[in-house]
Ligand binder design. Structure first.
Ligand SMILES: Cc1cc2nc3c(=O)[nH]c(=O)nc-3n(C[C@H](O)[C@H](O)[C@H](O)COP(=O)(O)OP(=O)(O)OC[C@H]3O[C@@H](n4cnc5c(N)ncnc54)[C@H](O)[C@@H]3O)c2cc1C
Length: 307
């Protein structure tokens, strides 16, 4: 039998790691506790239509990730969305132009699925001793990895976000793409999901502040009313939405990072234990690109060690 690796977590970092290991000829088993792959690039069906509930978009600057993005684009999966967002502040509204933000017509989760179509969901790992592979990869937020290997690394903390999706019968707001919201106690970001998904559906997705999420973590539906009220106030929407949905991200974003390290790799109970994810981001913010790079680079390093 050849070399075997268990990758726990089928978000973008785990999928990138698995794909790189498979290309190196290694036998990979992916374990994902959720009902589908994607992790924080989630695009569940709400009211018969996919909605991006996690990452709003992604950016790309690293050459290796740019090559991956071009491949998604050439396969018709990802497309450039916009480089311009609104900014809503207590002082008023303006726009800001930055890097190209990319979106996926079928939802960002489709990109994770395309990376590693073999991932099987619905498999939670609770004890690493249940695995007999030659090496194990933890591809998940640090607090979740810490439950499986408490002493293996210096884990970092994550903060929560509650995402609220709201659908109207018709488009009733003046927002072309998305808005960064500054200085609001409840909402940090509003995205027009119909704009980014390319079907013009009248659906907005709002990400809460950490404070609002912390207050409503045990009952996320209670965040719907204040977030919808904020959406209606900020965008001057006269009507209540016809569908609303709240999703709790207990570990949405790291509050600090692992500095210059692109991934973690150690020997634990006689075998290699790797860790990747968005908290391992030496050259950029803890976002989608960093998570992909961390998983891909860990996969390449493990393939070297095991090859
Ligand atoms: C609300 C929000 C908005 C964001 N906005 C943006 C944005 O606009 N742009 C951007 O680039 N990034 C954004 N991000 C960040 C981006 O989504 C993440 O950086 C990226 O998806 C992280 O991928 P990952 O693979 O490291 O982790 P995850 O996507 O969290 O994947 C980890 C996976 O491991 C699984 N898992 C955990 N424990 C176990 C276990 N014991 N057994 C089996 N499976 C397990 C989980 O179910 C999950 O699927 C946002 C994130 C959130 C939450």
């Amino acid at each position: 039998m050849g070399t075997r690796v268990a990758v726990i977590g089928a978000g973008i970092s785990g999928a990138a790691c698995a794909a790189t290991l498979r290309r190196a000829g290694i036998d990979v088993a992916v374990f994902e506790r959720g009902r589908t792959e994607g992790g924080r690039m989630a695009s569940p069906t709400i009211g018969q239509r996919r909605v991006d509930l996690g990452a709003s978009y992604f950016t790309a600057s690293d050459d290796e990730f740019l090559a991956q993005v071009r491949s998604w684009r050439d396969d018709g999966l990802a497309r450039p969305w916009t480089d311009t967002f609104d900014v809503i502040s207590p002082d008023g509204r303006s726009t800001t132009t930055g890097p190209m933000r990319w979106a996926a017509d079928d939802g960002l989760r489709s990109l994770v699925r395309a990376l590693d179509p073999q991932a099987k969901a619905g498999n939670q790992i609770t004890d690493l001793r249940d695995l007999d592979q030659d090496a194990v990869v933890l591809a998940m937020p640090d607090p979740q990895a810490a439950r499986l290997a408490p002493d293996a690394f210096d884990w970092v903390d994550y903060e929560p976000v509650i995402t609220v999706a709201a659908a109207w019968d018709t488009r009733a707001w003046d927002l072309d793409t998305a808005a960064f919201v500054n200085g609001d106690p409840d909402v940090t970001m509003i995205a027009d999901d119909g704009s980014r998904r390319g079907d013009d559906a009248p659906v907005l997705v709002a990400h809460s502040t950490g404070e609002l999420a912390t207050r409503h973590l045990s009952a996320p539906d209670d965040a719907i009313a204040p977030v919808v009220a904020t959406l209606r106030r900020l965008l001057d929407i006269g009507r209540e939405p016809v569908v609303t949905y709240a999703h709790r991200w207990t570990f949405a974003k790291p509050t600090t990072t692992h500095g210059d390290e692109p991934f973690g790799l150690a020997t634990s109970t006689g075998r290699l234990l790797g860790v990747c994810g968005d908290s391992w981001c030496p050259s950029g913010p803890p976002r989608t690109e960093a998570a992909w790079l961390s998983g891909h680079r860990l996969g390449a390093a493990l393939a070297d060690e095991l090859g």
